[in-house]
Design a binder for this molecule. Structure first.
Ligand SMILES: Nc1ncnc2c1ncn2[C@@H]1O[C@H](COP(=O)(O)OP(=O)(O)OP(=O)(O)O)[C@@H](O)[C@H]1O
Ligand SMILES: [Mg+2]
Length: 258
């Protein structure tokens, strides 16, 4: 049987910052409608990898394929044009603008971005699709909770109908109820056939939504796990405490299940 083509596939990606080797020979793939969690200790290289997929950083070496075709992501707009959207950890929202304005931020070339009513309708539609709990799209972002802000940032990333959405720590700093809402939103994004790459330090959140859990350690792949794998194996791969047997077992799962 033919293997399904990943929405995005990285092969042998390395990234050096001067003498610092941030990433070494990283392989990663995400399929349509799959949630891949990217986990690892501080400094493991997660954000650097996301920035490479977002076109913010250029890899020092390695290959990137989008829907089976080799691509060069030579800037953030190149990634966006292909349909690779990113919600960075700082969200980059404008506090003093309302929800509609934030969703359309930087979208001046979008055909409906000049029509206030059309923008408002589109904003509502996106938020409804996410089952978002935001009282009014005319609320200024400064009045919203952390979870609601995350929602606005996710809705904004959906505006261009992306194939991939990357979320850097979407539940960090959120309480239990807001975390549940954001995880529910990730399920909805996944159900639309979008591939999701989520960075998280919270293993409970990761286990709740991830189809595969990709561990980075010291800038290298250190195993791929499933939610059903033991916490001991997963934490062992993250901290480096696991023995080689666990790493070998996990290494066999670098390919997505078919
Ligand atoms: N612009 C840069 N210049 C130099 N070194 C960098 C740069 N960005 C990242 N690094 C280094 O690359 C390595 C990986 O960093 P990165 O931020 O990707 O880790 P991370 O897994 O996202 O960590 P955290 O969980 O703390 O966010 C670290 O050693 C970091 O110091
Ligand atoms: Mg980071």
């Amino acid at each position: 049987m033919e293997q399904p083509i990943p929405a995005l596939k990285l092969s042998g990606i390395s990234k050096n910052f001067g003498a610092v080797s941030a990433l070494t020979e990283i392989d990663l793939e995400v399929h349509p409608g799959e949630v891949v969690a990217l986990v690892g200790d501080n400094g493991a290289g997660k954000s650097t990898l996301v920035k490479i997929m977002a076109g913010v950083h250029q890899p020092s070496s390695g290959d990137i394929a989008f829907e089976g075709q080799p691509v060069t992501l030579n800037g953030p707009s190149a990634a966006l044009r292909l349909g690779i959207a990113t919600v960075f950890q700082d969200l980059a929202l404008c506090e003093n603008l309302d929800v509609v304005a934030n969703i359309f931020l930087g979208q001046e070339l979008n055909p409906i971005a000049l029509d206030e009513t059309a923008m408002e309708v589109r904003a509502w539609t996106l938020l409804n699709e996410l089952a978002a709990r935001i009282p009014s799209v005319r609320d200024v972002v400064a009045s919203l909770s952390g979870g609601q802000r995350q929602t606005v940032a996710i809705a904004r990333s959906l505006l261009l109908d992306p194939k991939i959405i990357m979320l850097d720590e979407p539940t960090a700093a959120l309480g239990v109820a807001q975390t549940a809402e954001v995880l529910n939103m990730i399920e909805r994004v996944k159900a639309r056939g979008i591939g999701v790459i989520m960075i998280s330090h919270n293993m409970e959140d990761v286990r709740a939504v991830a189809d595969r859990i990709v561990v980075l350690r010291l800038g290298r792949n250190n195993g791929v796990f499933l939610s059903t794998d033991s916490n001991e194996d997963l934490i062992g791969a993250i901290t480096g405490a696991s023995d080689n047997a666990v790493s070998r077992r996990a290494a066999r799962r670098v390919e997505a299940p078919t």
